[in-house]
Design a protein. Structure first.
Length: 221
């Protein structure tokens, strides 16, 4: 595969900073591409059974956006889609869903041609005002999911994951466990998350083919 950024000549007034930024974008995408090729990911797409509906086809090569921010994030997503990527991975925790959505829109690639993944975590405060303790509170999955959809400028996600099946808070750029006093209620919180993710799939906010099942296996732990 040859990946080439759109050529722009001196007559268009390209600055050295813009050239440097474009090269950084290209290097990032090229590095991810070769990492995935060397790990054997360049095989046929994965098909996930979707019950009575058509299977969801997930490209084996996807663009992870963790750590990307601002204009760089927008540019990386746009360029990745222009060179052929069709799977984007973001998350509430990454705090870049706005930029991922903007890059997708700027690329001109139809939303239905892209597999879009995001993740639930609940980094906001619960009703008691404790930051990061909203995890598993009734209705919280839908609050988080609808906020992600708005930031991504879309009406549905293809894949929705549980990032960490426990309350956490973002502190100095790092996720740490939130002290919410949940105790024995954690299993119930996880079960609530799972039920609401199933409901989100039923209502069409998430593709009927796939949601993350990890939390289901841990509901009773």
């Amino acid at each position: 595969m040859i990946m080439q950024l759109p050529a722009r000549g001196p007559a268009q007034g390209v600055s050295a900073l813009e050239i440097y930024t474009q090269l950084k974008l290209f290097a990032y995408i090229l590095g991810q591409f070769w990492q995935e090729v060397s790990s054997g990911m360049l095989r046929a797409d994965t098909r996930v059974a979707g019950g009575t509906k058509a299977a969801l086809v997930i490209p084996r090569i996807g663009l992870g956006t963790g750590g990307l921010k601002g204009a760089i994030a927008v540019g990386v997503v746009r360029t990745a889609l222009e060179v052929g990527y069709r799977h984007l991975d973001t998350a509430e925790q990454y705090m870049n869903e706005d930029q991922v959505g903007e890059g997708l829109l700027a690329s001109g690639v139809p939303r239905t041609a892209v597999v879009l993944t995001s993740k639930y975590q609940s980094l906001h405060a619960d009703q008691g005002g404790k930051l990061g303790c909203g995890f598993g509170v009734r209705g919280d999955v839908f609050r988080s999911l609808n906020a992600s959809l708005a930031r991504l400028r879309t009406t549905f996600l293809d894949v929705y994951l549980v990032h960490f099946p426990t309350p956490v808070v973002l502190r100095n750029g790092q996720l740490v466990e939130a002290h919410c006093g949940v105790g024995t209620m954690l299993a119930e919180r996880r079960a609530t998350v799972w039920r609401e993710m199933i409901e989100a799939r039923r209502t069409g906010l998430v593709s009927p083919a796939l949601i993350h099942r990890r939390v289901n296996a841990r509901c009773a732990t």
